[in-house]
Write a protein that binds this ligand. Structure first.
Ligand SMILES: Cc1cc2nc3c(=O)[nH]c(=O)nc-3n(C[C@H](O)[C@H](O)[C@H](O)COP(=O)(O)OP(=O)(O)OC[C@H]3O[C@@H](n4cnc5c(N)ncnc54)[C@H](O)[C@@H]3O)c2cc1C
Length: 395
């Protein structure tokens, strides 16, 4: 049986970055992946992912985002691929919305460059948008999008160049800890041994980490591309030259998010609902997007983009893995210190890919990391409801 320093289970967004970071450190790495690089069966396809720093989810993410931005530029240099485009980002909401207040608070707390815009200023600056009269926005120039398929391919290519062995089309059937403190992994094609294991299986985490019984909800999400009315607002105003990425939430309305047109006028203007997908089995996803779903999406989108009136160009499904608090799960496996786990990215993980790769390489080589990952602790109470509420601290 071959023996490696580290096996990485799942060479997708996070596992691909881990293979790259581990190979960079001189570890002998084996990556095992069911599908091919850049595939569309998991969570890392659809052409674009928002990157932003004024993070309404929690200001604690901001230091990680700073590291991630450095990592994006490094991966572009190493791979020779164009991955990150900074076209600006706008987070629109009513004055009490989390989208607005959370983005503003994160920006202020971490001294991030940003502007506050009211509804009239939003309309004047971005004529595609007609927000509610009381809407407010945080505009951040240092935001934009990354290319998910190219990223996963880039990490795989660079990892192989640095010496990693990556086996695509090979699904892991089971893994186990060995009595000598190592690990063994079995696929349909063979058995492999290593000192350490990184498990980054995306939507398949409930299967690969069944022993932890994490309360993950695997959800089918849809992104849509619609044709705008270019007679009302010309193409240039929708394109990445002039249009930011955006998130909008007004008066309890479900958050929507989306992108400028990135690939010419024919490809459509891409957007989706941010949360509340339909629970699904990752091996049996309904990949058909129905007309009714497109109608609901377009009606909601037109509250902000009244000229998004044209037909659907394309619609695609994608998978979220959602934790109860919507924070990630990253750390040592609670029962086996030689196993690091990364899952539950809750629909907002992609922008962190380079820094999660570094964190997983830290955990797999030294057992700890200097990156702030306390929020993602796999043993936190919300992931283990059977333990009940934690005792209140003595005052
Ligand atoms: C519709 C949609 C929109 C999103 N928008 C954004 C956004 O704008 N910004 C953002 O930051 N994030 C966004 N995300 C979230 C982000 O894409 C995910 O958080 C991220 O891709 C998760 O990475 P992952 O490595 O956990 O999963 P994946 O990239 O899916 O990788 C997991 C890999 O493990 C493999 N695998 C699983 N089981 C096995 C096995 N048994 N053997 C071998 N291989 C296995 C899978 O095939 C897969 O390739 C979005 C996601 C979706 C679906």
């Amino acid at each position: 049986m071959d023996a490696y320093d580290v096996i990485v289970l799942g060479v997708g967004s996070m596992g691909g970055a881990a293979c790259n970071a581990l190979a960079e450190r001189g570890a002998s790495v084996l990556g095992l992946e069911t599908y091919q690089p850049g595939h569309d069966q998991g969570s890392a396809h659809g052409g674009s992912r928002i990157v932003r720093q004024s993070y309404f989810e929690d200001p604690a993410y901001v230091p990680l985002l700073r590291s991630a931005y450095d990592g994006w530029r490094r991966l572009e240099e190493e791979s020779g691929r164009d991955l990150l485009t900074l076209c600006g980002g706008i987070y629109v909401g009513d004055p009490a919305s989390v989208t607005f207040t959370g983005s503003r608070d994160a920006a202020v707390q971490h001294g991030l460059d940003h502007e506050i815009l009211d509804a009239a200023q939003i309309r004047a600056r971005f004529p595609t948008m007609d927000p509610a009269d009381d809407a407010m926005a945080v505009y951040e120039a240092n935001a934009g999008y990354v290319r998910p398929e190219e990223t996963t391919i880039a990490n795989a290519e660079v990892a192989v160049r640095k010496g990693a062995a990556l086996r695509f089309g090979e699904r892991v059937l089971r893994w186990s800890a060995t009595p000598d403190g190592g690990v063994e992994v079995e696929t349909g094609q063979g058995r492999y041994g290593a000192d350490r294991l990184v498990i980054a299986p995306g939507a398949w985490a409930p299967q690969l980490l069944a022993d932890l019984a994490l309360p993950l909800s695997i959800e089918r999400m849809v992104f849509h591309w619609f044709t705008p009315d270019f007679a009302a607002v010309p193409y240039e105003r929708w394109s990445e030259e002039e249009h930011p990425v955006y998130i909008e939430e007004t008066h309890g309305n479900q958050q929507i998010y989306g992108f400028p047109m990135t690939d010419g006028p024919e490809r459509g203007f891409k957007l989706g609902f941010f949360r509340l997908g339909t629970p699904t089995d990752p091996d049996d996803v309904d990949r058909v997007v129905r007309d009714e779903e497109s109608t609901v999406m377009q009606e909601r989108a037109r509250q902000l983009f009244p000229h998004l009136s044209g037909p659907v160009v394309q619609a695609k499904t994608c998978l979220y893995s959602v934790t109860p608090d919507e924070h990630f799960v990253i750390g040592a496996h609670p029962a086996y210190e030689q196993v690091a786990i990364a899952c539950g990215f809750s629909g907002h993980g992609f922008k962190f890919v380079p820094v999660v790769g570094e964190i997983l390489a830290d955990l797999a080589t030294t057992g700890s990391t200097t990156h702030p990952i306390g929020l993602f602790d796999p043993t936190r109470g919300v992931l283990h409801p059977e333990r009940g509420e934690p005792e209140p601290l003595p005052s």
